[in-house]
Design a binder for this molecule. Structure first.
Ligand code: NAP
Length: 497
C-alpha cells in the first residue's frame, strides 16, 4: 500500500522522521503541529542563556551536518536557525498542518486506519501515526500556595516573555535544574536583586565551551572526514560517561569528586558551598554543566535562599522561618509535566484500548517505540528513550530508522497492520526495570525521571550504542501481523505468516 503517515510534533524527532520517510519514497507524509511554527523545544525555550549542554556537532542530525557551528555548545537561537534551515531544505513546512493540536487518535480495526482529531475539530486519517511530541513540552507550574495571587509577572522559563521589565527589578527564581543554571547568571546581570530559591542542589561539572575559529570551521567544511571524526570522538567521550550512572562504578566516585572540585574552585565561601553541595548520589538527578552559575552567588545582589517557601504573597514570598522576601518578578524554572506525556490526548487503540489507562501512570513502549493494542503507532523519544549522558538526537535517529523499517513493511507486500505482542512488550519492560534497579537514578532522589511510584519511565538503561544495537533491526517475530486478506483482528505472528 501507499501508507499515509501522520507525524505528531515538529521538533527534532518529527523533523528527522519526516526527512527519512520522504527520502525512502513515502509520498503521503503529514506533520501535525499544535503551534504555528516548527522547532519543538528549541522554538519554545527562548529564555536568556538557553543553550544545549551537548556539543553541537553531536546534537544535530548525522545526515544534516553543519560545519559552521559557532561554538562547542550551541545556543538556542543557533539551534533553532539550524532546524529552520533543515525544515526549509526539505520543504517540510508545506507538509505541516499548523495549529493542529491533536486531542484524540482513534484506531478503526475495520479499515486499519487512525483518525486524528484536533482541538478545533479538524480531522485527518492516517495508516500510520508517529508520535514525536517528546517529553519536555508542557511547563510545570509548581503547587505553591498563593502563586496565582502574585501581583507582578510570573513567567516560566519554557514560555519566556521577552517584554518583561527585568532591569533593576527584584527577581525571584524557583528551581535549580538545567534551565535555571543557564538563566540565573543572565538574570543576575540585569536584576536589581536576585533571590534564587533552591529546594535541592544538583551536581554541576565544568562546561568546556569555546568558539570555533574560522580555520576550524573551514576545516570542518573542507577536510574530508574531519567533521564526522570529530562527531565520533565526542560521541565516544560521552558514551564513557554512561558508566558514571552506576553508584558502585569508580567513574561515579570520580564524577562526584570532579563536581566537588568544581564547586570548591568556584565558591570560596565554606557556608555557601555547603548549601550548594548535593546529598544525592552523583547522577541521580541530571548532572549539569556550567561555569557561570556558582560564581553568580558571589555577587552582592544575588542571594541563595535554601529555606522552604511557605507561600507566595502578592508582593513576594513568605519563607518557612517567617521571613518575607519582597519581589517584583517571579521566574519559574520548575521543569515540565513529564508524567503526562499525552497531555490530555486520548489515544484509543484496538478493541477500544485507552493508552492512558493501559499505561496507568507508567508510560511504556517496546524498545521505546511501540505499544501493544496500538497498531501502526510508533513513538520517537518514547518512554525510556531519555539519556543523562549523551545526545538525544542519536536516540531519535535510531528510533527513526527502526520506525522507517516498519513503514517499509507496510509499503511492500500485503501487510496492513503491525502491532507489538503484549508479552514482548512486558518482557522488555521487565528488562528495563531490572537494569535500572541498580542505576544511580534509583538511588533515592526525587527527579522527573521517576513517576509517583518511583518507576523510571524516562531513561534508557544502557548507553547509546546499546540502544542503536537494540533498534537496528525490526524483528517481525515481535509483532502481530495483519494482512489485507485477514479478518479484521490481530492474529498471532505465527498464524499469519
Ligand atoms: P527540572 O530539571 O525538572 O528542574 C526543576 C527544578 O524546579 C528543580 O530544581 C526542582 O526542585 C524545582 N521545583 C519543582 N517544583 C518545585 C516546588 N514546588 N518548589 C520548589 N522547587 C520546585 O527542570 P528544567 O531545569 O527545566 O530541566 C528539565 C530538563 O530539560 C532537563 O533535565 C534537561 O533534560 C532538559 N534541559 C536541557 C538543557 C540542555 O542544556 N540540554 C537545558 C534546559 C533543560 P527539586 O530538585 O527539589 O525537585
Amino acid at each position: 500500500m501507499h501508507p499515509r503517515v501522520a507525524i505528531i510534533g515538529t521538533g527534532f524527532g518529527g523533523i528527522a522522521m519526516a526527512i527519512r520517510l520522504v527520502r525512502d519514497g513515502v509520498e503521503d507524509v503529514t506533520l501535525l503541529e499544535r503551534a504555528e511554527d516548527t522547532g519543538g523545544t528549541w522554538r519554545d525555550n527562548t529564555y536568556p542563556g538557553a543553550a544545549c549542554d551537548i556539543p553541537a556537532h553531536l546534537y544535530s542530525l548525522a545526515d544534516e551536518p553543519n560545519p559552521d557551528w559557532s561554538r562547542h555548545y550551541a545556543t538556542q537561537p543557533e539551534i533553532r536557525a539550524y532546524l529552520d534551515r533543515v525544515v526549509a531544505k526539505h520543504g517540510l513546512r508545506a507538509r505541516t498542518r499548523f495549529g493542529f493540536d491533536v486531542r484524540a487518535a482513534v484506531w478503526d480495526d475495520g479499515t486499519a486506519t487512525w483518525t486524528l482529531t484536533a482541538a478545533d475539530g479538524r480531522t485527518i486519517e492516517a495508516d500510520v501515526v508517529v508520535n514525536a511530541v517528546g517529553a519536555l513540552k508542557d511547563p510545570k507550574r509548581p503547587a505553591i500556595d498563593g502563586l496565582d495571587d502574585f501581583a507582578g509577572p510570573v513567567v516560566h522559563s519554557a514560555r519566556w516573555d521577552h517584554d518583561l521589565t527585568l532591569d533593576d527589578a527584584r527577581i525571584g527564581t524557583i528551581g535549580t535544574g538545567a534551565s535555571a543554571i543557564q538563566l540565573v547568571p543572565e538574570l543576575a546581570d540585569r536584576a536589581g536583586s536576585l533571590t534564587v530559591f533552591q529546594r535541592t542542589p544538583t551536581w554541576i561539572i565544568p562546561r568546556l565551551d569555546r568558539a570555533f575559529t574560522l580555520a576550524e570551521r573551514l576545516a570542518f567544511r573542507h577536510v574530508p572526514g574531519l567533521r564526522a571524526a570529530f562527531r565520533r570522538a565526542i560521541f565516544t567521550e560521552h558514551e564513557l560517561f554512561h558508566r558514571a550512572f552506576r553508584a558502585d562504578h569508580p567513574l561515579n566516585v570520580l564524577g562526584e569528586q570532579f563536581a566537588r572540585q568544581h564547586l570548591r574552585r568556584q565558591v570560596p565561601d565554606r557556608e555557601l558551598r555547603a548549601r550548594l553541595t548535593p546529598s544525592d548520589t552523583f547522577g541521580c538527578k541530571r548532572v549539569l554543566r556550567s561555569n557561570d552559575y556558582y560564581p553568580t552567588f558571589s555577587r552582592e545582589h544575588v542571594t541563595l535562599e535554601t529555606t522552604g517557601i511557605r507561600r507566595v504573597t502578592p508582593d513576594g514570598v513568605d519563607l518557612d522561618d517567617g521571613r518575607h522576601v519582597p519581589l517584583d518578578v517571579l521566574v519559574l524554572c520548575t521543569g515540565f509535566t513529564v508524567d503526562d506525556p499525552l497531555h490530555g490526548m486520548r489515544v484509543t487503540g484496538r478493541d477500544g484500548r485507552d493508552l492512558d489507562t493501559f499505561w496507568d501512570g507508567r508510560p511504556s513502549a517496546h524498545l521505546t517505540v511501540s505499544v501493544p493494542g496500538f497498531p501502526n503507532q510508533f513513538m520517537v523519544l518514547g518512554p525510556n528513550a531519555g539519556l543523562g549522558h549523551n545526545s538525544a538526537v542519536l536516540m531519535i535517529e535510531a528510533a527513526v530508522d527502526h520506525i522507517a523499517q516498519a513503514v517499509d513493511v507496510l509499503r511492500h507486500g500485503d501487510v496492513v497492520a503491525l502491532e507489538v505482542a503484549e508479552f514482548v512488550h512486558d518482557d522488555f519492560l521487565r528488562w528495563v526495570d531490572e537494569e535500572l534497579a541498580t542505576s544511580s537514578w534509583a538511588d533515592g532522589c526525587a527527579s522527573w525521571y521517576l513517576n509517583e511510584r518511583g518507576e523510571n519511565f524516562t531513561v534508557w538503561p544502557g548507553d547509546v550504542g546499546s540502544y542503536q544495537d537494540a533498534l537496528a533491526t525490526l524483528d517481525l517475530a515481535d509483532y502481530l501481523i495483519r494482512r489485507r486478506t485477514d479478518v479484521p483482528a490481530a492474529l498471532p505472528a505465527g498464524a499469519s505468516t
